[in-house]
Design a protein around this ligand. Structure first.
Ligand SMILES: [Zn+2]
Ligand SMILES: [Zn+2]
Length: 345
């Protein structure tokens, strides 16, 4: 990464370039020249890699970055490339210190930022404006917040599951409830299950970008895309990623079995699955994180760098909530009285 910093120097004026989400290209901070990063074989970035359980992890390691920023608060470790150095952790806003970087695994691909900082901030503010029962001075607090762009590490996993299951369900006949047993087999193909590859990627961050992820948007990992943003490198082996994915997969398999059985109150599901065809990608996905503090509590709003989808944390105004619930009750009572009045005719 460090060696690639020189690649971010403007060939024309020697200034530093950063990746512009609007231009979808490298842009020089000094002279404004724009450099296209596209290559004819960019489509190869959506390739997946086969994983063989019986072959020990032979993953390519990346060259260690000279220095990494480590958060004193949450332990998050990020690399900054290019001009925009931040003094704070993108995950928790804690102070960061420079530490010698250790080598992670090679990132295969990423989706470049499409949403820029001013638009991300606007979306975060709109999100707050659209919430009900917020304290009156909250909009101003959020307006003063700063958004930080972060490439967060993710896995995508594919697999074929040959499932054999056993389950119970209930039937009602002649007022009698009976528990029945059933068993069967089904094949499930998982395609691009998205899995956070860092303990710092919370459900809030994952759900902010989970939905509209499209492998066709993937680009090869290049320093140019990272210029001006923080990035967390991958430090999990494929086996570690797969075992972290087990819980998600278990939930999905159980839902498939419930659909397959298609009876009332399906319960006591047990299953065995033969997993084959595991393919994976190590990717980075872009998010904007806005930190703000309200009455000594820290909150975050996360905006997808791909499509602007926004999720966040917010405080409630208890006074407004009381008024709101009173209004709902009053409304229900009015409707009740009207219906009552109608019935009396
Ligand atoms: Zn320049
Ligand atoms: Zn942190």
């Amino acid at each position: 990464m460090y060696a690639e910093q020189s690649a971010l120097q403007c060939p024309s004026c020697g200034g530093m370039c950063y990746f512009s989400p609007v231009a979808q290209a490298l842009e020089c901070l000094s002279c404004g020249k724009v450099y296209n990063l596209d290559q004819p074989d960019d489509y190869l970035a959506r390739d997946e890699f086969a994983h063989n359980k019986n072959v020990p992890d032979a993953d390519p390691k990346s060259a260690p970055p000279q220095q990494t920023h480590q958060c004193r608060n949450c332990g998050g470790e990020v690399v900054f490339t290019g001009p925009a150095l931040s003094e704070n952790c993108p995950y928790c806003n804690g102070p960061v210190v420079l530490v010698p970087g250790d080598s992670g695994y090679k990132t295969m691909a990423l989706i470049p930022f499409r949403v820029d900082a001013p638009f991300a901030k606007r979306l975060a503010q709109d999100w707050i404006d659209a919430r009900i029962c917020v304290p009156a001075d909250l909009a101003l607090t959020v307006e003063q917040g700063v958004v930080v762009g972060l490439y967060a590490p993710f896995w995508t996993f594919d697999s074929d599951e040959a499932v054999h299951y056993w389950a119970n369900y209930v039937t009602y006949r002649n007022n009698k409830i009976r528990t029945r047993k059933t068993e069967g087999a089904l094949d499930i193909m998982f395609d691009d299950l998205l899995m956070p590859a860092s303990p710092h990627v919370t459900p809030l961050i994952r759900d902010g970008i989970l939905h509209d992820f499209d492998p066709a948007d993937l680009r090869p990992y290049r320093a140019g895309y990272l210029a001006g943003f923080a990035a967390e490198m991958h430090h999990q082996s494929v086996m570690e990623g797969l075992s972290a994915n087990e819980t998600d997969k278990d939930t999905l398999i159980r839902n498939h079995i419930k659909d397959e059985v298609n009876k009332t109150a399906v319960h006591g599901i047990r299953y065995l699955t033969d997993t084959t065809g595991i393919h994976y990608r190590r990717i980075l996905l872009p998010v904007w994180i806005l930190h703000y503090t309200y009455r000594a509590h820290a909150y975050r709003i996360v905006v997808s760098g791909i499509d602007g989808r926004t999720f966040g944390e917010r405080p409630f105004s208890y006074r407004k909530m009381a008024l709101f619930s009173a209004a709902v009750t009053a409304c229900a009572m009015t409707v009740g009285m009207l219906l009552g009045a109608q019935a009396a005719f």
